[in-house]
Write a protein that binds this ligand. Structure first.
Ligand SMILES: NC(=O)C1=CN([C@@H]2O[C@H](COP(=O)(O)OP(=O)(O)OC[C@H]3O[C@@H](n4cnc5c(N)ncnc54)[C@H](O)[C@@H]3O)[C@@H](O)[C@H]2O)[C@@H](O)CC1
Ligand SMILES: [K+]
Length: 492
């Protein structure tokens, strides 16, 4: 697990470390500068320019300049800011750098530098950039030179990854103590380049009682996958009912069901229109197939299927027909088991939110941004820009677990910690991968994970499977089936 801090949380942690724990600010800064030097090993240091602002991010820049200068590396400092507004540490670092004879310049000479170090703004950025700051950032971005950003690419909000007017496009960002939300969410993640989190002596002790709200998973979290039991049978690992597919649309049911099997469940039963029987049975003979015909929905078969299941997936490829509507309303009103609601079932809910009145607080809803836009009546751009807040508010209001799918998928119950997923790649932006996700989540539910844990871990595993598949086949031609097949590279 990795915490993702916002600037307020990081500032509080800095302050506690300095004032309560007693670690001197200048010691932290020296370690910060040394960690930047370590990460410069792969850069061409023939001639380095360090752009410094007037706060403590700029102070880090002066310290890096001095350390490089003392290693006999040619380095210039360009100060952009207000002399009167320098922080105490900035003044002190400037004085030390000047004592050792580090050179300052007044402007950037194009084509002179092989590396630029960006120490204009870090977590202290508080408003959009304009004037001389915007000018220098635009100039740096236009130069064909590698850039290392100190802590945060200047102009990117550490809170949410938004570009505040303009932002440095870094090759690498060296961030201190903990990763930041704004380096993980887009567009910030794209501006940050490769992100390295460096220990500078600030630890979780600095959180005191109040831990950061947002976090991500790392490979160690795979230990949360339930262990297999040597004394078990196929009923032990869950009975998953997948209500999916419509006439001419059988793939979604197949992907969801197959992913659940790949994730380790014992039994999967697919409920789908009669037209899909043959194709599903030949694609996935392991599945039990129950089919229905138009206008033949009533009857014991549906109750039997619902009562049989320990987990239900509903929606993939189901369409918006009367039958789909009937199935969803039945499941929502009768079922007591965890539900994964996706795709067409989400669109039905968007039109008829009253169907959620029977919500037994065991629902995982997995909208992508377009579906969330239909659910909330908000424009897609507004959702993309406020992805964490939108997911949290929706989950809290509807009392469910929301999996808001995007390049960085959010998983939240609304009031506790919020998960931001960092696994996965752009190859997964292809038809069917969402169906695979429902199967992975259902598989984890079937093996006993809580609703929110299955959602978080499912999203993480699904992304890792996408990464494993892309490593083998490349991102361009990735198919949902490749992601499905790669689940077992992740879960062994
Ligand atoms: N001892 C410490 O406090 C440590 C601080 N560290 C560094 O310090 C940074 C935080 O320092 P600060 O809190 O001083 O913040 P910054 O250095 O990020 O910037 C703050 C300054 O920029 C001004 N500012 C904000 N937005 C502006 C805008 N749009 N246009 C013009 N001016 C603007 C603020 O008024 C303030 O003067 C971290 O990102 C990190 O790099 C690290 O060295 C770790 C230790
Ligand atoms: K910076």
């Amino acid at each position: 697990m990795e915490y993702l801090l916002n600037s307020e949380e990081m500032k509080r942690c800095d302050l506690t470390t300095i004032e309560k724990i007693g670690m001197p600010s200048m010691v932290l800064m020296e370690r910060a500068a040394l960690s930047v030097i370590e990460e410069l090993a792969s850069f061409d240091l023939t001639k380095v320019l360090i752009v410094c602002g007037s706060g403590n991010n700029g102070a880090d820049g002066y310290a890096v300049a001095r350390l490089l200068h003392l290693q006999k590396i040619a380095v210039d400092i360009l100060f952009i800011g207000n002399e009167q507004k320098r922080s105490p540490e900035n003044n002190q670092q400037k004085k030390i750098a000047e004592y050792y004879g580090v050179k300052s310049v007044k402007d950037i000479e194009i084509n002179q530098y092989t590396t630029i170090i960006d120490a204009l703004f870090g977590i202290g950025l508080s408003r959009p950039l304009s004037g001389k700051y915007a000018e220098v950032i635009t100039k740096i971005n236009q130069m064909n030179v590698e850039v290392l950003s100190v802590d945060v690419p200047s102009g990117i909000s550490a809170d949410n990854g938004k570009v505040m007017g303009c932002g440095i496009k870094a090759t690498k960002t060296v961030t201190f103590a903990f990763n930041k939300v704004g380096l993980v969410l887009y567009p910030g993640a794209a501006y940050a380049g490769m992100v390295k989190v460096k220990d500078i002596g600030i630890t979780e002790a600095g959180f005191e009682e109040e831990f950061p709200k947002v976090y991500s998973y790392t490979i160690e979290d795979l230990a949360k996958i339930p262990k297999r039991n040597p004394y078990s049978n196929k009923g032990t690992y869950g009975k998953i009912l997948v209500i999916a597919g419509s006439k001419n649309m059988s793939g979604a049911a197949y992907f969801s069901a197959k992913a659940a099997y790949r994730m380790g469940v014992g039994l999967v039963r697919i409920v789908t229109p009669e037209e899909n029987r043959q194709i599903i049975q030949s694609l996935l003979p392991e599945a039990i197939v129950t089919t229905y015909q138009k206008k033949q929905l009533d009857g014991d078969w549906l109750m039997d299927a619902i009562n049989w299941a320990s987990v239900i997936v509903i929606g993939p490829g189901m369409g918006g027909s009367e039958e789909a509507h009937y199935l969803l309303s039945k499941v929502l009103s009768i079922s007591e088991v965890p539900l994964v609601i996706d795709a067409d079932a989400i669109n039905i809910l968007a039109k008829e939110p009253g169907l959620l009145q029977h919500n037994k607080q065991n629902i995982i809803l997995t909208p992508h941004i377009g579906e969330m836009s239909r659910l909330t009546d908000k424009p897609i751009s507004e959702i993309a820009e406020n992805i964490i807040e939108v997911a949290e508010r929706f989950a809290k209001e509807k009392k469910l677990t929301c999996v808001l799918k995007d390049a960085r998928t959010i998983v939240t119950e609304g009031n506790r910690g919020t998960y931001v997923n960092t696994s996965g790649n752009d190859g997964m932006a292809t038809g069917g991968t969402g169906d695979v996700l429902t199967g992975v989540i259902a598989g984890l539910l079937g093996q006993g994970l809580s609703v929110v844990e299955a959602a978080r871990l499912g999203v993480y595993i699904h992304g890792l499977a996408g990464d494993a598949a892309a490593a083998k086949k490349g991102a361009y031609g990735l198919l949902a089936d490749d992601v499905c097949e790669a689940i077992n590279d992740v879960v062994k």
